[in-house]
Design a protein around this ligand. Structure first.
Ligand code: KG4
Ligand code: ZN
Length: 347
């Protein structure tokens, strides 16, 4: 069965085709980063309009790459939430209209389920259960994944997400959007221990996070350095390195604690911040000391993409979690949608 997947929850238009038995057949992506850069962040209305422009050419590109015709698509899956409402509506409309014209079923997918299951697309594949650290621009969560559709929330951020902390601090440092990769690049020239920053909630005994205080701490340091005439390029690099290290330290400590609390020995890192090299290297080290194995999605599938949506749909199909007969092509999207509210009937 060929599943077409459509992702449009934020600033990436992603399309992919996954075969339920043989896996990923084609995957195409358009990032809107350059368009939003001018504004220092995602402009929702511009995002929606650009999704409209990009969607059909990307679908055609995938069909060509997989040497398939539209009629050979058996299911159409799309991100139904969470995300920007207008952007989600574009993907939802295209998916439902396409499925209606083909008289094929549609499968609405939870964006975070896409991220959670994406490490299953790379080799070696983790067995269930695993602990997943989901770190994106909008979410920072630790989950216990017992299987497909078996997700238990262990802890989450009480304020900013880890990606948001990267992005907001990067902005303070005058770096372009999205801040994560830019801050990580600047951090390579800095010394993480040159500036002391807090590790919020490191010793809080639970598995929750808080990152909003970090940007305030950085702002205070930058203002003081400016007043003292010490705001050099090196100081900015040191600030970037110290911020990255503070975020990475907290993420690693809580993730290791989650494995101890659940007794699960497999770890999965998903979401855009999972592309961070320092997080990858240091987590690998910390995990190996505890005898844990760590799994990642392929690096190009860490940030938003259509492959994870098509793949999550394929997994739901395989596990009998799709009720294809009820598809009436009426749909809604959910800008806010806690993953633990996900049930068999997603729509
Ligand atoms: O999963 P994603 O593509 O979109 C959301 O669903 O939010 O994640 C985007 C986030 C942004 O905050 C971006 O700054 C961050 O992931 N990010 C990184 C890196 N690459 C992307 N953060 C730190 N280091 C990176 N290399
Ligand atoms: Zn995402």
């Amino acid at each position: 069965m060929n599943v077409l997947g459509i992702e449009s929850s934020c600033d990436e238009t992603g399309v992919a085709i996954v075969h339920t038995e043989t896996g990923l057949r084609a995957h195409a992506l358009h990032s809107q980063i350059r368009m939003h850069q001018e504004y220092g962040g995602v402009v929702p209305e511009l995002a929606s309009r650009d999704h409209i422009r990009r969607m059909l050419p990307l679908i055609q590109q995938c069909l060509d790459e997989a040497t398939l015709t539209m009629q050979e698509i058996d299911y159409v899956a799309y991100t139904a939430g969470p995300g920007l409402a207008g952007a989600l509506l574009v993907g939802g409309s295209v998916a439902n209209a396409l499925a209606w014209s083909l008289q094929k079923p549609v499968i609405p997918i939870h964006h975070l389920e896409g991220h959670l299951l994406s490490p299953l697309m790379s080799e070696p594949t983790p067995d269930f259960p695993f602990v997943a650290l989901l770190v994106s621009g909008g979410h920072t969560q630790l989950m216990r994944v017992g299987g497909v559709n078996d997700y238990e929330l262990l802890g989450e951020t009480l304020d900013d997400a880890a990606g948001e902390a990267f992005d907001k601090t990067a902005k303070l440092l005058g770096l372009p959007y999205p801040g994560g990769p830019a801050l990580a690049a600047l951090a390579e020239k800095g010394r993480p221990d040159a500036i002391q920053l807090p590790r919020p909630m490191l010793h809080s005994k639970d598995l929750d996070f808080s990152f909003s205080g970090l940007k305030t701490a950085v702002l205070t340091r930058l203002r003081a350095a400016e007043a003292d005439g010490k705001l050099t390029e090196q100081y900015r690099a040191d600030c970037a390195a110290a911020t990255e290290q503070a975020i990475v330290d907290v993420l690693i400590a809580k993730t290791i604690a989650a494995t101890q609390q659940t007794g699960v020995e497999r770890l999965v890192i998903a979401g855009g911040v999972g592309a961070n090299k320092k997080l990858r290297q240091q987590l690998k080290l910390a995990a190996s000391k505890k005898g844990l194995s760590v799994y990642y999605p392929p690096i190009e599938l860490c940030t938003d993409n259509g492959a994870m949506i098509a793949y999550a749909a394929a997994m739901r199909l395989k596990h009998g979690l799709v009720d294809a007969d009820t598809a009436d092509y009426g749909f809604s999207v959910r800008a806010r949608w806690p993953l633990d509210e996900l049930t068999t009937a997603v729509a």
